[in-house]
Ligand binder design. Structure first.
Ligand code: MRU
Length: 387
């Protein structure tokens, strides 16, 4: 069994994340001591990936409540259930706003909010409510790895079958992915990268292909690092080379993660996913979305209502790397050296962090509950069996 990197670690009451802005050249853990630390880490993308940011938000709430419980003088908001509720709800609402597209963050904060209401309804006292919320928050993080392994297995087995049905052997598969969906984006194993890892572990994978995923370079900085550490044979390509790859190499499947899946199957994921899906359809390559149930937003009918995060222009004007030694940024914070690739004062920059791939271009959606495909002739998924 291969083991992966980790995005979050907890030991002796300390909550730490690996600073993904510094990867792959510097592996540095930073401590998340407060709710604001967690909010800033998510917003600045020191931690990213839909499931990982949900886990961090939950664990930050657990840490905050643990400190309050252990404090020799109880905070004022411990004085009544109403005060506790108001204070905790405000924290959850604040964390929820850190990044808008990934619905997992909202699913985690909503789940804690629901638990809070249930514990109050059950007549628990403030300390018992805090303990109940801590347990729920830890559960949100802990359940991620197990469900990732399940969806990876369902997705990998489905792809092998699909290739066999099309007349192939189902062995030596070449699978492409976009962005980073591995251990660094989750609490472990990964979603789409988990599918690729499962194929590798079961001897079915020939090679993983992954796009650089500019401008943050989740592919070239993070997926490259993960695949290297997992010793999975892999090839990187620039985002602009996907069409060429499909023209000149036999690619058996594309597996991507998701930040939000609408009721009909339209899927928001890292910018560039839609391009890959259009090209996959053109080349008849199965396009598979792999994500936990918490990524499915049944309240949204289709992708047109998914909020798309626009990232600061500067992030598209520079590359991070290790050309120069690690430097201190303007706030005195350690950062990877960056190189501007645009002229100074460039006015217009289009920098959406995600795009929406219509369900019509998606062959299968996989969650921990199984695989959904569309009925013949239909353009939308019925996700009911897998949520
Ligand atoms: O902006 P990011 O790096 O948080 O975007 C990440 C993605 O788009 C992932 O594909 C998605 O969150 C799924 S991670 C298992």
């Amino acid at each position: 069994m291969v083991t992966g990197l980790t995005s979050i670690r907890t030991s002796e009451g300390k909550l730490e994340i690996v600073n993904q802005l510094l990867l792959p050249h510097t592996v540095e853990f930073i401590e998340i001591k407060t709710i604001d630390d967690a909010y800033d880490a998510i917003k600045s993308m020191k931690i990213r990936g839909a499931p990982a940011i949900a886990s961090l938000a939950a664990l930050a709430v657990a840490g905050y409540l643990t400190k309050a419980l252990e404090s020799p003088t109880a905070p004022v908001w411990f004085e009544s259930t109403a005060a506790f509720k108001e204070h905790t709800e405000a924290i959850l609402a604040h964390l929820f706003t850190a990044r808008p597209t990934a619905v997992n963050l909202g699913a985690a904060t909503r789940r804690l909010s629901k638990k809070l209401a249930a514990l109050i309804e059950a007549g628990k006292d403030v300390r018992a409510i805090a303990q109940g919320l801590i347990a729920e928050a830890k559960e949100i993080d802990a359940e991620d790895v197990g469900r990732n392994k399940l969806m990876a297995k369902w997705g990998a087995e489905w792809l092998v079958e699909q290739v066999k049905n099309a007349g192939g052997s189902g062995d030596n598969l070449n699978v492409m992915t976009v962005c980073n969906t591995g251990s660094l984006a989750t609490s472990g194993y990964g979603t789409a990268l988990g599918l690729i890892t499962h194929l590798h572990e079961t001897g079915k994978l020939q090679r993983a292909f992954f796009t650089q995923s500019t401008p943050y370079h989740q592919g070239s900085r993070l997926t490259a690092f993960e695949l290297q550490s997992l010793k999975i044979p892999s090839t990187m390509l620039c985002d602009s080379m996907v069409g060429s790859l499909f023209q000149h190499h036999q690619i058996h499947g594309i597996a991507v993660g998701a930040d939000r899946i609408a009721r009909n199957g339209d899927t928001a994921n890292k910018i560039g996913t839609y391009n890959a899906a259009v090209l996959a359809a053109r080349h008849g390559i199965p396009f598979i979305v792999v994500a936990p149930v918490s990524t499915v937003d049944l309240e949204i009918a289709d992708g047109s209502s998914i909020p798309i995060e626009q990232r600061p222009a500067i992030e598209a004007c520079l590359v991070r790397g290790a050309l120069f030694p690690t430097v201190l940024n303007a706030d005195g914070v350690k950062e990877q050296a960056t190189v501007m690739v645009t002229p100074e004062g460039l006015e217009g920059v289009y920098n959406p962090s995600f795009d929406v791939t219509p369900a019509s271009l998606i062959t299968a959606i996989v969650t921990e509950k199984g695989v959904a495909v569309k009925k013949a002739g239909e353009d939308a998924f019925d996700l009911t069996p897998i949520v």
